[in-house]
Design a protein. Structure first.
Length: 151
């Protein structure tokens, strides 16, 4: 009987963990390929949170640093800068794309080659302050790839 209760409790914990992981869905993630000496590239995707949340960090073993960035016009110049996070309103898709919010992989440890998969972990914080990890294997697309061209 004790084993049965333990198994049910374990299954319940696994189910709640799977539900927590499903709170943020990721669509069409990709990383731009690099040339051999290049030390930075971008990761792009669409995020959708079931409940209001915030993307607060990202990491990968392929880079020394990972930052969340935003591109925006400042006067007549497009500028890129790090931000501390991106709000994910409940039920609304948020695009991480060239020319807007995106994830920068900096101090790359190796060349990102078309066709490979790169592990990437997103850290999302809920309104309750709890953080959850979303683990991805992100495909590397060609240098000339554009998500707009793929549709």
């Amino acid at each position: 009987m004790f084993k049965r209760i333990l198994l049910l409790a374990g299954a319940s914990l696994l189910a709640s963990h799977a539900f927590a992981q499903a709170q943020v869905s990721v669509t069409d993630p990709w990383i731009r390929a690099t040339v051999p000496a290049q030390k930075a590239t971008g990761a792009f995707m669409q995020l959708k949170a079931a409940k209001a949340a915030r993307l607060v960090a990202a990491s990968t073993p392929a880079a020394g640093r990972v930052e969340i960035h935003q591109m925006e016009m400042q006067g007549q110049t497009m500028r890129m800068h790090a931000v501390d996070g991106i709000d994910l309103p409940a039920g609304q898709p948020v695009n991480l794309a060239s020319g807007g919010y995106h994830i920068m992989l900096l101090d790359l440890k190796r060349q990102m080659k078309e066709g490979e998969q790169v592990p990437l972990t997103l850290t999302v914080q809920g309104a309750d302050g709890k953080r959850e990890s979303v683990n991805l294997n992100v495909p590397v697309k060609p240098l000339t790839y554009s998500a707009r061209n793929a549709h």
